[in-house]
Design a protein around this ligand. Sequence first.
Ligand code: SF4
Length: 231
Amino acid sequence: MNLRRVAEQAGRDLAGAPAEDVLAWAASTFGSRFAVASSMQDAVLPHLASRVAPGVGVLFVDTGYHFTETIGTRDAVAATLPVRVLTLTPTRTVAEQDVEHGPRLHDRDPDLCCALRKVAPLDAALASYDAWATGIRRVEAPTRASTPVVSYDRGRGKVRVAPLAAWTDDDVRAYVLEHGVLVNPLLEDGYPSVGCAPCTRRPAPGADPRSGRWAGLAKTECGINTESRTR
Ligand code: SF4
């Protein structure tokens, strides 16, 4: 299968399609070679995927720096949804990374820290798949504003599916309410965007919801969803 051609055709055919249809296409086209990535900020994408593809793999990268609430959300998803949650870990523990690079790498070189603790584990896991789904949405950030529903992930040589690309915040809230979807408790505690604990703060009232991520730095993305990444 020529994944680039498949992605380009599906990108045209499925632009504007409901999230369920996009996930159903990915599941039927790629079968067990398709998985869903989740940060466990909420369980909207795993919930949607479980409805159209019960037993689908859900990839969660445990960086070693997550909030307890995020790990709890992962465990609750695994216990309540018909999905296979696969926890991915970096090759080095935080303690081993501290020995190699010095403590608090996230303060000194967050790009390297994310590359080692987020991007590399996901890249390694995706070697076993042809297609993966991400929960990113266009309204979340200028860097995500042109996210296609289906595209070719050049850096990884995979098909990338973003079923929620066109969803607004209200769409997410409505889906959560309608289906009783699990959400990370931190969303109700002043964190509209949840990442690793050392790099996530509560934004100031009225500020950009993602401004609490890597606050004070130009960094806005961990690299997992960066379009221009290449190998
Ligand atoms: Fe490291 Fe922060 Fe990136 Fe997590 S978000 S991997 S702690 S730099």
